[in-house]
Design a protein around this ligand. Structure first.
Ligand code: AMP
Ligand code: GLY
Length: 425
């Protein structure tokens, strides 16, 4: 009987994970909670609210689920992995304690400082230290970066180019623009360089690296506009290899895993290291404790890997590194189709057409904010669809992506036109 696997989440990342698992040498029987319409041909939906952790654990035990793969950070920071492990269900995803690396930027900063892991210089302030924070900002060189310490869906970061902006951002955070997440603020130096996402599958001790990826976080072309969850991505990044990646492993990954282990909170799951590379040197901007979205949509399809074995053995603390044969056999480009207005106010409920015509271009389409109703597909979120193309060269992958997405129509369809543009091979 096929292994039974449950994927938690409902975005493009979880669709990509489900797709990757479905294409294993011995495909598992897949369940998704809650999933999205794009996943339904691959997996059976489970109708339990994602915050009902005990119900989910009960379901897993009853249905003999042998692996749970957790997509988003929220349930991890709320301890879903602990609840499942306590019930005897193997989980690919960190404990609540280990998820602090993402859920508290203050924790992550303190951890990095303690372990000598390169990162932007910073200070942490609580709302009680408002005055000190203002004084600090008045002296800090510009630009200066302010971050909500807690989870803010990638939107709690302000790069302030003037004192006024910095003070405004501080006020907004302390006054609760991001709720409790912003009541602790990280103020850090601005780093200018190239961004890179390095994802590693970890079993608490060992790890394997996936292909380094580039994410486009800003809403508008030319990296302008608001920070979003991610508007597109490509992988691998041609310059991120060899000695550079070894430096990332030596200075960042190994000390991070060793530090978490030494603290009694070993990291199991996908460790996402968000880097700024300044003159060839990697600095950590953030840790995430799960696959990136949209990075997963590019790094999973290009790898030659048995994902069931990789994620399953990692969950059991004995990562079978050989199940990842090649990080990247091909190159992938992903363009996100979003609802007009995202990441701020946007409207949903518009009919989506043209997916089949798009697929004629040989692309993968991973759903994010979609809904199936009355025999048709409708928009249901900020990020709606991910169009992913694999090819031998990035230029070709990019061309095919943009040709395919022309076929897809919905009111308010918005996307960046410069994903993977002008990348030197
Ligand atoms: P984070 O959620 O911390 O990754 O921040 C979101 C985005 O803000 C990053 O992807 C960067 O584009 C930008 N950013 C964050 N921290 C810095 C920094 N110290 N210097 C420059 N840009 C930053
Ligand atoms: N693409 C950025 C993230 O997943 O956090």
């Amino acid at each position: 009987m096929a292994t039974r696997v449950l994927v938690l989440g409902s975005g493009g990342r979880e669709h990509a994970l489900t797709w990757a698992l479905a294409h294993c040498p011995e495909p598992p029987q897949l369940f998704v909670l809650p999933g999205n319409p794009g996943m339904w041909e691959l997996a059976q939906p489970v109708d339990i609210p994602i915050h009902e952790q005990r119900e989910i654990a009960r379901f897993c035990v009853l249905e003999r689920i042998r692996l749970v793969v957790v997509g988003p950070e929220q349930p991890l920071s709320e301890g879903i992995a602990d609840v499942l492990r306590d019930a005897g269900v193997p989980v690919f995803g960190p404990s609540r304690a280990a998820a602090q690396l993402e859920a508290s930027k203050a924790f992550a900063k303190e951890f990095m400082t303690r372990h000598g892991i390169p990162t932007a210089r910073s200070r942490v302030f609580t709302a009680e230290e408002w005055r000190e924070a203002v004084r600090y900002l008045e002296e800090h060189p510009l630009p200066v970066v302010l971050k909500a310490s807690g989870l803010a869906a990638g939107k709690g970061v302000t790069i302030a180019w003037t004192r006024e902006e910095a003070l405004q951002a501080l006020t907004a955070l302390f006054e609760g623009a991001f709720g409790e997440a912003g009541k602790v603020v990280v103020v850090e130096e601005y780093l200018a360089g190239e961004e890179l996402s390095v994802l590693a599958l970890c079993d608490g001790n060992q790890y394997v690296l996936l292909a380094p990826a580039r994410d486009y976080k800003r809403a508008l072309d030319g990296d302008r506009g608001k920070n979003t969850g991610g508007m597109g991505a490509y992988a691998p990044v041609p310059w991120a290899r060899g000695a550079f990646l070894e430096r990332v492993e030596q200075r960042i990954l190994r000390p991070t895993l060793a530090g978490m282990r030494a603290a009694g909170t070993p990291f199991v799951g996908c460790l996402y290291v968000g880097l700024m590379v300044v003159q060839g040197e990697p600095y950590v901007l953030e840790f995430n404790v799960r696959f990136g979205d949209p990075e997963a949509q590019v790094v999973l399809p290009i790898a030659d890997a048995d994902w069931l074995t990789l994620l399953g053995t990692a969950a059991q603390g004995r990562l079978a590194r050989s199940a990842l044969r090649h990080r990247a056999r091909q190159v992938a480009c992903c363009v996100v189709l979003a609802s007009e207005g995202y990441p701020e106010q946007y409207r949903t409920g518009f009919r989506i057409t043209g997916l089949e015509a798009a697929q004629q271009h040989g692309v993968l389409i991973f759903h994010a904010g979609t809904r199936w109703e009355q025999g048709a597909l409708w928009t249901a979120g900020g990020r709606v669809l991910n169009v992913v193309s694999l090819a031998p060269t990035l230029e070709e992958a990019r061309r095919r992506c943009y040709a395919a997405l022309e076929c897809i129509q919905f009111e308010g369809k918005t996307y960046r036109r410069d994903i993977a543009a002008g990348v030197e091979p």
